[in-house]
Write a protein that binds this ligand. Sequence first.
Ligand code: SF4
Length: 232
Amino acid sequence: MRGRIHSFQSLGTVDGPGLRAVVFMQGCPLRCACCHNPDTWDMGGGKEMSAQELFEKIYRLRSYFGKDGGVTASGGEPLMQTEFLIELFTLCKKAGISTALDTSGCVYNEKVEELLGLTDIVLLDYKYTNDADYKVHVGMSKARVDEFLEKLQRLGKRVWIRHVVIPGLNDSEESVDMIYALRDKYNCIEKTELLPFRKLCLEKYHSLGVDFPLENIPEASEELMIRLKKDR
Ligand code: SF4
């Protein structure tokens, strides 16, 4: 089967454990205000590749993965191409390559459950701690990501929570406490990562002729990140 791939990073260190090949899948139904990959949104964009071709690219890198690394499917929203990823991850698992999925948790169905059965670790983007912000700044209800997390818990998946800290929007101590407190309820959560809001994507927005909704919000400073991570 053929999929639409936005880009491929040979060896990334920030999308899951160890050294990983990162596949950025094309297409996303959401419009997160903080999105740094607006060029992945278009479902018809990207480059077409077969799962076998993509697997071969990944397989060539296997000697770098070590015991922790592997492949991460990111995006865009990888769950827009679940069937393609089922084929890719099946090939990877047969070859002993560890698989990770970086998702917003926006969709859950039987195919997603099948894919999760082939996924070793889920990087779940948990963006805000209240429904109003989710609706305004993401375009879906917070209940969806909570339901997704419930399913991951039930399936006994390894989960890393990823949370982009945006000054003035979700950077209060209370909000960050709530993100870390998810671990009390869901023991499938192995790690909580706070990531700083950055505006490196501004050029992409300008070249696409799309407004960046957070253009006037400052980037998250190192001081803020150190303070929020302290004692947590
Ligand atoms: S889910 Fe990811 S790719 Fe889609 S809009 Fe949000 S940040 Fe961007």
